[in-house]
Ligand binder design. Structure first.
Ligand code: MRU
Length: 339
């Protein structure tokens, strides 16, 4: 049974009460977003005035998560067009922001290939289509979540990452809206802590039961039979069904399979990249090593120690039970035909 869910769904507590809000939007030809770096302590906003500020907002992770990055890029392209910037130049600058999320490249190419006299409406249409897809992911995915299900998720694939609803969080929100009891194990997600800071914030605002666990504890809870299913998002799905997602996802998939726990990947079709043959061909972003070495600006490592900081890893298709998409739930072998 498909459950009808609310349209603008992300609840944000502000000093003027609880508001429904999107992660990114366009206002007076400017691109506005929740600056996710300050959550959950502070609700701050950022306004990008040109395509360089769009690139920097994505690079610095004021906005993050594949579909939200794509929509921000689409708005940035619209803004550049209005400002009379050469469209190919704007495309180059915005695409240079981050390498892994396919939605970034998809959204920019979509804007370049369809550019018309009303770029803002075009970008709004793109944003609405992403929100509609995520809503449909929730409607399809909720059929997998019965009453009293315990779900483990990694990173943040909620409304903040997708403009609204979420991908991994959309079925959870929909099941909660339908009155089912759902509990979420939230991996803290070192080093940027998107799970602890963002996923827990979204779940708390929605009143969904959850507990934050350190990344290293996921295997423990899966092994003890406390996790019924794992749902994660993805930044890119390769042609063979391998996926790239936040660093640490691969381990969760292996442990889930070892223990017979289903492992689902939730994503809109815009994340599928038919031009990348396998997961090993997906470019993996290496981020600033200080993200690993420092904690909130304080040095906690021995002087002289170095770090490595890949932001994503690859989960091979054979670990994936199913893809929850806006068109339905598909096994990896059905994926190619579906797209
Ligand atoms: O580095 P981030 O925070 O942009 O990484 C985000 C993720 O890994 C998400 O799981 C992915 O983008 C899917 S978002 C629906």
């Amino acid at each position: 049974m498909r459950i009808k869910i609310r349209c603008d769904i992300m609840k944000v507590k502000t000093k003027d009460g609880t508001k429904d809000m999107r992660a990114v939007w366009m206002e007076d030809e400017k691109v506005c977003m929740i600056d996710q770096r300050f959550l959950p302590r502070e609700l701050r906003f950022f306004t990008a005035n040109d395509h360089y500020e769009i690139r920097d907002a994505i690079k610095k992770m004021m906005i993050r998560g594949a579909p939200s990055i794509g929509v921000t890029a689409a708005y940035g392209m619209a803004q550049a067009a209005i400002n009379g910037v050469n469209i190919n130049e704007a495309s180059k600058v915005i695409k240079s922001a981050r390498p892994t999320a396919y939605d970034l490249f998809y959204a920019v190419d979509h804007m370049v290939n369809n550019m018309n006299k009303d770029p803002v409406s075009m970008a709004e249409k793109y944003a609405d289509s992403v929100v509609d897809k995520c809503k449909a992911i929730g409607e399809h995915g909720t059929s997998l979540i019965s009453n009293d299900t315990k779900v483990l998720t990694h990173c943040n694939a909620g409304a903040l990452a997708t403009v609204d609803h979420g991908t991994a969080l959309a079925p959870i929100r929909a099941a909660h809206d339908a009155g089912r009891n759902v509990f979420v194990f939230v991996d803290e997600t070192r080093p940027r802590l998107q799970g602890m800071r963002l996923t827990a914030w979204e779940l708390e605002n929605e009143g969904i039961s959850h507990a934050i666990i350190v990344d290293n504890a996921a295997g423990h809870f899966i092994q003890r039979g406390e996790v019924d299913m794992v749902i994660v998002g993805t930044d890119r799905i390769a042609a063979n069904g391998d996926i790239a997602n936040k660093i640490g996802t691969y381990e969760k998939a292996v442990v889930a399979k070892e223990n017979g726990v289903p492992f689902y990947v939730a994503a809109p079709v815009t994340t599928f990249d038919p031009t990348t043959p396998t997961g090993m061909d997906i470019p993996i972003e290496e981020r600033d090593h200080l993200e690993v070495l420092d904690l909130e600006g304080s040095r906690i490592h021995p002087e002289g120690s170095s770090a490595m900081n890949p932001a994503f890893d690859v989960t091979p298709a054979h670990y994936i039970t199913g893809f929850i998409t806006e068109k339905g739930v598909y096994s990896p072998s059905e994926l190619e035909n579906m797209f």
